[in-house]
Design a protein around this ligand. Structure first.
Ligand SMILES: [Zn+2]
Length: 497
């Protein structure tokens, strides 16, 4: 059943268009028709009331063939499109008073009214702009964006709408000739809406993940007074980089994050080997951009590796389960990296061995499995060590209103990680004994004052790193990834992601 409005805005009811209801009992059909017409009349009254206080009205609704005109999924889609239009109106400086916007779902479907003050002579121009919205929106052909003047008369551009299946044919032509069956129209509509929602979700999730990854990296590097590490106040034990080198390289690698997340979101869970190759390429591109920016200084190879896998796996998990399902996340990470330590570290004959490979040869798997072992096992440091510790100290990655408290909490996490992590950055610059001493000093710090500025052992830990010229960069990377994971976890639990 379709009701159309002709150019004078009088509804045109024709039994010819009622075919979608033929499957419905005639009495029921009458009822439904009656309800729809009632809803349409109420809508017209809303426009009239808006006109009585001198407003013109823009309304947006879906052009849904058949009945029912709405359901949960249609309303969900409508909400997104309605927000798109609201942004568009603000961008056009059309002065809509938000408080006066009316949103409803009646028997005729979902609709929103945007009343606004306008002079009559401005309306044709607004109409043109609204048509541009319809034409450029991905669901444009399914939309009716209408403009009514202060007397509730429709402003028409006299352009004919095209059919959303045939695209070039006027919609009226297909309707009159019943070119498309009710089922075909509804199926087409569903498909379009699902695709639209899917694309929006992909954009939204990947954008938020990329932003969270950047936040986590910046939060780690911005923490003041860390043992051996670069901070805004100090270059720690580093000679070749400072805080600004980190800002520059972080800026260089960040544009890759969203693409990695999109790849994870789109992954069908098959052929992990092909995925691994793709991720390695992304990682190499990031490293190239990092080295270009830092003029050859390795600031973030570790975090690039960990964050690439975390972003990809998180996007995949969110798509698959709708939340941060920790089992799916861990298993996916393990599947992707199965045998990584064996393949990349054991018996490596690579002439240009990485720090990780060199450490592995010198210290063996137990001590120097590094970040490869960490991802192969599904980030056990985060799930088995950091997470319980976060609970114990009441850490919140989303509450940073009290800056010094938040920074102190982050540094306690760092010290926790340092106390258990076999950091290959330390091994590479020194030896196993130094690593064990560092772990012991970290453990002692955790047993001391919670406020690290009053914790003597923390001071000793800082001095130890300076004297030994070591920097726990691997632990800092794990802190950044832990912040990322916890932040996503908290936001998904609170439904704010
Ligand atoms: Zn058609």
């Amino acid at each position: 059943m379709l009701i159309t409005y002709n150019e004078t805005n009088k509804p045109v009811y024709s039994i010819k268009y009622f075919h979608p209801f033929f499957s419905v009992e005639s009495k029921l059909m009458d009822d439904i028709l009656h309800k729809i017409l009632n809803a349409k009349e109420q809508r017209q009254r809303i426009r009239q009331q808006s006109g009585e206080v001198g407003n013109a009205t823009i309304s947006i609704s879906f052009n849904i063939p058949g009945y029912p005109k709405s359901d949960e999924r249609i309303t969900q889609t409508f909400r997104v499109v309605r927000d798109d239009l609201a942004h568009y109106l603000v961008a056009l400086r059309i002065p809509v008073d938000k408080k006066q916007v009316i949103v409803r779902c009646d028997e005729a479907g979902d609709i929103a009214f945007f009343p606004f003050q306008a002079k009559q002579q401005e309306l044709p121009l607004f109409k043109e702009k609204l048509e541009a919205f319809e034409q450029t929106h991905p669901l444009g052909r399914l939309l009716d964006v209408d403009l009514f003047d202060g007397k509730a008369n429709a402003i028409s551009s006299h352009k004919q709408k095209t059919c959303f299946i045939c695209k070039e044919t006027p919609a009226l032509h297909c309707m009159r000739n019943q070119t498309h069956s009710y089922e075909e129209l509804r199926a087409h509509l569903r498909e379009k809406m699902e695709k639209f929602l899917e694309e929006r979700a992909e954009q939204q999730v990947s954008k938020q993940l990329a932003a969270t990854a950047l936040w986590a990296i910046l939060t780690e590097v911005a923490l003041p007074h860390k043992p051996g590490l670069v901070s805004p106040q100090s270059s720690g034990s580093h000679q070749d980089m400072n805080f600004h080198t980190f800002l520059a390289s972080t800026s260089a690698i960040t544009p890759h994050f969203q693409r990695v997340a999109i790849r994870g979101y789109q992954w069908n869970g098959k052929e992990p080997q092909a995925v691994l190759t793709q991720l390695r390429i992304s990682g190499l591109e990031m490293e190239k951009d990092m080295f270009l920016t830092t003029q050859g200084v390795n600031t973030q190879k570790g975090v690039i590796f960990l964050m690439t896998f975390s972003l990809f796996t998180m996007a995949y998990t969110l798509k698959k389960t709708g939340t941060f399902d920790e089992t799916v996340f861990k298993e996916t990470l393990q599947t992707l990296n199965k045998g990584l330590v064996n393949r990349e570290l054991k018996g490596s004959s690579n002439q240009n061995r990485s720090h990780g490979e060199q450490c592995f040869n010198t210290f063996g798997e137990e001590l120097a499995g590094g970040i490869r072992k960490e991802v192969e096992q599904g980030l056990p440091t985060f799930f088995h060590e950091v997470t319980p510790f976060m609970k114990k100290i009441g850490f919140s990655s989303t509450d940073y209103r009290d800056q010094s408290h938040f920074e102190n909490q982050c540094k306690r996490l760092l010290v926790k990680i340092m106390s258990i992590n076999n950091d290959t950055n330390i091994l590479f610059r020194s030896d196993a004994q130094t690593l064990h001493l560092l772990q012991e000093k970290s453990l002692k710090t955790l047993q001391g004052n919670e406020d690290l500025t009053k914790n003597e052992s923390y001071g000793e830990l800082m001095a130890f790193c300076t004297t030994k010229k070591i920097s726990p960069g691997g632990s800092a990377d794990l802190l950044a990834v832990s912040l990322f994971l916890d932040n996503v976890r908290t936001k998904t639990q609170k439904n704010t992601f």
